[in-house]
Every structure is written in C-alpha cells, then in structure tokens.
Ligand binder design. Structure first.
Ligand code: GAR
Length: 187
C-alpha cells in the first residue's frame, strides 16, 4: 500500500497529532505524516513532531501571504491530505480551491450542533443529554462539510467543562484514525 503523504495542522497540545503519529506507524494505516504545520510557535504539539523526526513548520498567520507560503510547502512535500487537529484558524475559500485535495477536521461536538468555539460551555448551558466529536470534510462554511464519523457519549449531572473535554478527547483520539481509514477504504 502506498501511504498518502499527510500534513497535520495544529495550534495547541497536539494530542490528536500524537495518536495519529502512533497509528501511522502501522503499515496498514493509509497515511504517513510527512509534515506538521503550526500557526503557534508555542504549540506543545510541535514536540511530537520533533520527537518523531517529522518535519514541521511554524507559520506566521499575520503575514499577508501566509496561505501561499503554506501551499508552497504542501507542494514541496507532495501532501495529498490535510488533517486539521485543533487548528484554530479558519481555512479560506481561496486556500480550499487552490489546494484542491482532501482536508478533514475534528470538532468537539456532534455537528451540526455547537459549531465554533467554547463548545463545552455551550453544551452544558443547553443541558444536552449527549455529546461527542465529529470528523468531517472541510468546506467554505465553518464546521460545515460532510460528516465522515461521529462518536458520542451520555452526559451525566456531575460533568463539567473539564470532564466533558477529557471524555470528548478520548473519543477523538480513536475517531480521527477511524475516519482516515474510512475515507481511504476504497482507494
Ligand atoms: C480538540 O478537542 C479538537 O476537537 C478541538 O481542539 C482540540 C485540540 O486538541 N478543535 C476545535 O475546537 C476546532 N474547532 P489537541 O491539540 O490536544 O489535539
């Protein structure tokens, strides 16, 4: 199997990146992580790239042409899949069109519920019975593309933002890899 060369975009802790790196070591897993891009030079996730000798780049998104710089690197590393793993920047329509290949994102809610930020606070405020995570294709609408996989759990009355986050992330760590296997099952 020829593994798809993949770039993971991060902004923070990178725990999803860590699980993707581990799973990509399996020879039957459809991707190899060829590049990590962070928009935050202090992102802890960069350490996982360093530890595993994966090339990484810190991109200054305040620069006017930062998307062109990213596109150039994606081309250089022959990237055919982008995974947004806690990347807290919106991907522009221009970038989507220029890249033209698959981009997937993980979001900590059962989309289409609770798009955007501060999901756990809003989930609790809304007294939801269930929550979870979604992996979906990225389109020009925020958290709006087609769903690939969702995993859920029941919220109990003792849950708070912290426990919801922990439970959601535990599911995310499996969901992201399962979604990747699913999208490459037939090619
Ligand atoms: C994840 O929970 C992911 O769902 C969320 O950021 C976290 C990153 O964690 N993404 C978003 O909220 C995107 N809207 P990680 O850096 O430990 O992988």
């Amino acid at each position: 199997m020829v593994k798809k060369r993949t770039c993971i975009f991060i902004s923070g802790y990178g725990t999803n990146l860590k699980y993707l790196i581990n799973n990509s070591r399996n020879q039957n897993f459809p991707i190899r992580i060829s590049l990590v891009i962070s928009n935050n030079k202090r992102a802890k996730g960069i350490l996982y790239a360093k530890k595993n000798s994966i090339p990484y780049l810190v991109i200054n998104t305040n620069k006017r042409n930062f998307e062109n710089l990213i596109l150039k690197e994606l081309k250089k590393y022959k990237i055919s899949l982008i995974c947004l793993a806690g990347y807290m920047k919106i991907i522009s329509k221009k970038f989507l069109n220029a890249y033209g290949k698959k981009i997937i994102n993980i979001h900590p809610s059962l989309l289409p519920k609770f798009k955007g930020l501060n999901t756990f606070k809003r989930i609790l405020k809304n007294k939801e019975k269930k929550t979870g995570c979604t992996v979906h294709f990225v389109n020009e609408k925020l958290d709006g593309g087609a769903k690939i996989i969702q995993k859920s759990f029941f919220i109990n009355k003792n849950d708070n933002e912290e426990t919801l986050k922990n439970k959601t992330q535990k599911l995310e760590h499996r969901a992201f890899s399962e979604a990747i296997v699913k999208i490459f099952r037939y090619n």
